[in-house]
Design a protein around this ligand. Sequence first.
Ligand SMILES: CC(C)(COP(=O)(O)OP(=O)(O)OC[C@H]1O[C@@H](n2cnc3c(N)ncnc32)[C@H](O)[C@@H]1OP(=O)(O)O)[C@@H](O)C(=O)NCCC(=O)NCCS
Length: 159
Amino acid sequence: MASNYELTHDITGIDWWRLADIMARAPLYDRKPFDLAMAFRNSYAVVFAHNDDKMVGAARATSDGVFYASIFDAVVAPEHQSCGVGRLMLEALIAKLPVERIFLTSVFGKEGFYEKLGFLRQTNAMGLYDELARGDAIARGVLTTHRTASSFGSENSPA
Ligand SMILES: CC(C)(COP(=O)(O)OP(=O)(O)OC[C@H]1O[C@@H](n2cnc3c(N)ncnc32)[C@H](O)[C@@H]1OP(=O)(O)O)[C@@H](O)C(=O)NCCC(=O)NCCS
């Protein structure tokens, strides 16, 4: 039940080794605790979910605070997934983003989670990845050199 979970929005006292472990087990990414600490510290807004004083989930957003924000690293420990924690965290994070547009990329198969939060699929998204991430993303079908539906939109129309 979502009411068993408490949210915080401060990185003070966060156990980055625990978050790295949650991410690896979720599964989402294998991330180094130091890199996670830097990424969350440099974010515009962060959210952590706790159960019995133990962190069980997190998410973060970068933003210019006016027009755009992007959400990253939404993750819930596997033993707490499907209990409403993800929704609780994301709704609280989105409430901290006073912007016109919020972007994210979804893990394949998780799009429905974001659709429940009101996100629509975006046909004109583009990504510039570093060489290592790019090869992996192309192999997984995340990036493509093929033309997509956005190629057929009207020219010069705003994003
Ligand atoms: C994706 C994730 C963050 C969702 O968190 P969660 O706590 O398990 O999800 P919730 O229980 O809050 O689900 C909220 C709603 O989304 C729905 N939902 C969750 N996952 C879904 C999915 N894969 N497809 C469709 N709907 C989904 C739930 O049924 C629920 O619907 P309801 O509110 O109508 O009952 C979590 O499962 C997770 O950490 N997964 C592994 C890491 C990952 O893939 N992260 C996403 C990065 S893009």
